[in-house]
Design a protein around this ligand. Structure first.
Ligand SMILES: Cc1ncc(COP(=O)(O)O)c(C=O)c1O
Length: 387
């Protein structure tokens, strides 16, 4: 039989990390000891108190039934407490929060909720791949804003083509930024909120790395911006902050109309997040202070190891202390692709080529800090030896 995939699916490039995984598997079956500095998937276990709540709640029969797509009040109240404690932002837990199966799901849900075929969707380049993918899947047309190192990987809404600004439906962006690690401040958020209001664009700020930082430079929330709740939402996630990538839980907070509409979409395509996971996630948010420093210390020490090796090897990197990545320039004579292939070939080390995040990522590569210190040390040693 001939099962032809939809044009929508066929129009997408292969999902980067699935492709990298295939290469790693192949090399490993050939007997090579491959070290993966590609994906940002925390190696540190989820804190035990959070797991205890999951086990307790998983044992309760009332949690075995369909959850609501709109989420448990208990979880939403914990999100509101967290946003107040962490960002000084007031959130109405009944109207301004919805749980998600990770922020990745939220990116695509909001696209399906709002985009009509042909609508423009503004994204940055480079960026987390799913903004583009979500936009294309929903039939939208991505319009990209370049992020340049000389501008600290920030973008300027004044440079957006007027016609595009008037027609665009959603602007997705993300600081602390994946892949560049760049950060922004409330003035930057304010300018975007103003732009959105003027042009009637929905803002979807993805704050997945709000709590992976060091040196006291606490990232802010888009909801700290003036008028932000009128123009958009923020996605956040338990994945990176609490080492919970496998649990699949995140949430959207902000504009109540948008939250309501995402809920309307979700009731039609999923049945919400397992209640036991929502209870455990509520616990995580409530004890946030207890673990976050310790986790960030681990990343900080790994970040220093990477930066030191890059300095020794003469590799230029973007000097940030946020996210769980280091973004660096490939050495002279290489492209992003040829450098990553060379490292895989000669050192059995996987990094992410910058061009995979968009054309303005060309000339860069990304190293993830989510691997044990000893394996990271070994990887850095191998790379240093061949440079
Ligand atoms: C910017 C950004 N947003 C969202 C995600 C996905 O997060 P989640 O696990 O909550 O779906 C990632 C994962 O790498 C990311 O880098």
């Amino acid at each position: 039989m001939d099962f032809e995939e939809s044009e929508r699916l066929k129009s997408l490039p292969p999902y980067l990390f699935a492709e990298i995984d295939k290469v790693i598997k192949k090399k490993r079956t050939e007997g090579f000891d491959v070290i993966n500095l590609g994906i940002g998937d925390p190696d540190i276990p989820t804190p035990p108190e959070i797991i205890d709540v999951l086990c307790r709640e998983a044992n309760k029969p009332e949690n075995h039934r369909y959850p609501s797509s709109y989420g448990l009040k208990f979880f939403k109240e914990a999100v509101a407490r967290f946003y107040y404690k962490r960002f000084n932002v007031d959130i109405n837990p009944d109207k301004e929060v919805i749980p998600l199966m990770g922020s990745k799901e939220g990116i695509s849900s909001i696209a399906y909720t709002y985009i009509n075929p042909g609508d423009y969707v503004i994204i940055t380049d480079p960026s987390y791949l799913v903004y583009r993918i979500g936009a294309i899947f929903a039939g939208g047309k991505p319009y990209t804003l370049p992020l340049k190192e000389k501008e600290n990987f920030l973008f300027d809404v004044d440079k957006i083509d007027r016609e595009i600004a008037e027609k665009a439906k959603i602007l997705y962006f993300n600081y602390p930024n994946n892949p560049t690690s760049a950060t922004c401040d409330t003035d930057f958020f304010n300018k975007i909120a103003l732009f959105a209001e003027k042009n009637n664009i929905i803002i979807c700020h993805d704050n997945a790395y709000s709590d992976t930082y060091s040196n006291g430079n606490k990232p802010e929330s888009f909801l700290n911006a003036y008028n932000s709740k009128n123009v958009g939402i923020e996605l956040n996630s338990l994945s990176k902050t609490f080492n919970m990538t496998g649990w699949r839980i995140g949430y959207a907070v902000g504009n109540r109309e948008i939250i309501e509409s995402i809920g309307k979409y979700k009731t039609n395509v999923d049945s919400g997040v397992f209640n036991a996971i929502q209870y455990a996630a509520a616990k995580a948010l409530d004890i946030y202070d207890k673990y976050s420093n310790g986790i960030n210390k681990v990343y900080d020490s790994r970040r220093r190891m990477v930066k030191k090796m890059f300095e020794d090897a003469g590799i230029d990197y973007y000097n940030s202390n946020a996210t769980i990545y280091v973004w660096a320039r490939v050495p002279e004579g290489y492209s992003s692709g040829s450098f990553s292939r060379m490292l895989l070939e000669k050192a059995n080390v996987v990094i992410t080529p910058g061009n995979e995040f968009g054309e303005y990522g060309e000339g860069y590569f990304r190293v993830s800090l989510t691997i044990s210190d000893s394996r990271l040390e070994e990887a850095l040693k191998r790379v240093r030896n061949i440079l």
